[in-house]
Design a protein around this ligand. Structure first.
Ligand code: PMT
Length: 222
């Protein structure tokens, strides 16, 4: 029996990967499936929360029952949706993989290759850092903010630095690997706390990591 410890709470979860368009048929994107974010949304709903799930390009995943799903495409759209939902939220969990950069230009027509010519370079501009923004400017006192970080090397040191840079309360660091993190049903992580805590979560279903995240959020909301 799941403890309804999030009853009366509004939580916001972002899931999936943003896509930054280059032209009507191409984009810059990443390998996030949305599964970790959906597991967070399902488990929060089961614990009694009202859940807003901001879902970036998660086609193929069914909407979790009783969850308010807001579909988005780009980082700028994800920011709008997260800021709106966060206004009255008790907690925000950013599991989405958000593109740090987008193309400076968008071609209204499909970009063509020109015979005998080198391709034009893609010029990038920075996207807003949503996690840093909502952490620096909390919509409500006591709002708990959780970030995620997918790292390939120096996982814990990079995670600790990212936690400090972003200013969130908790950062879930997961190492990119064959059968974890992007696209898989399983994950393995260490949850770093701004208070110096370090909670390892062993390899297992993404729901198990989600439950640990809500345990830690719930503790901080009490
Ligand atoms: O979707 P799945 O296939 O289940 O995979 C899950 C996952 C690997 C995508 C997820 O577990 C995860 O790690 N998500 C974060 C991916 C990542 O590498 O994030 P990052 O290091 O680029 O960003 C760190 C944090 O800042 C994240 O919480 C991100 O949402 C946030 N961010 C990043 C950039 C940006 N411009 N704005 C942000 O808010």
């Amino acid at each position: 029996v799941t403890e309804p410890d999030l009853r009366g709470r509004h939580v916001v979860v972002s899931a999936g990967g943003t896509r930054e368009p280059l032209d009507p048929v191409r984009f810059l994107g990443n390998r996030s499936s949305g599964k970790q974010g959906y597991a967070l949304a399902r488990t929060a709903a089961a614990r009694g929360a009202r859940v807003t799930l901001v879902a970036a390009n998660t086609t193929g995943l069914p909407d979790p029952a009783g969850v308010d799903v807001v579909p988005v495409g780009t980082a700028v759209q994800l920011r709008e949706a997260v800021l709106k939902a966060a206004a009255d939220a008790d907690a925000v969990v950013m599991a989405a993989a958000v593109a740090d950069f987008r193309s400076a230009t968008y071609a209204a027509g499909k970009i063509k290759k020109k015979d005998g010519q080198d391709p034009d370079p893609i010029v990038l501009v920075r996207n807003p850092d949503i996690l840093a923004e909502i952490s620096a400017d909390r919509a409500r006192p006591g709002q708990v903010i959780v970030g995620f970080a997918a790292e390939t090397d120096d996982v814990l040191a990079n995670g600790r630095r990212k936690l400090e840079r972003k200013g969130c309360d908790l950062l879930v660091v997961n190492e990119v690997g064959e059968r974890k993190t992007f696209g898989s049903e399983e994950n393995e992580a260490v949850v770093l706390g701004a208070d110096g805590t370090e909670i390892p979560v062993p390899y297992g279903p993404k729901e198990a990591l989600a439950e640990t995240v809500w345990d830690l959020v719930s503790e901080r909301l009490r």
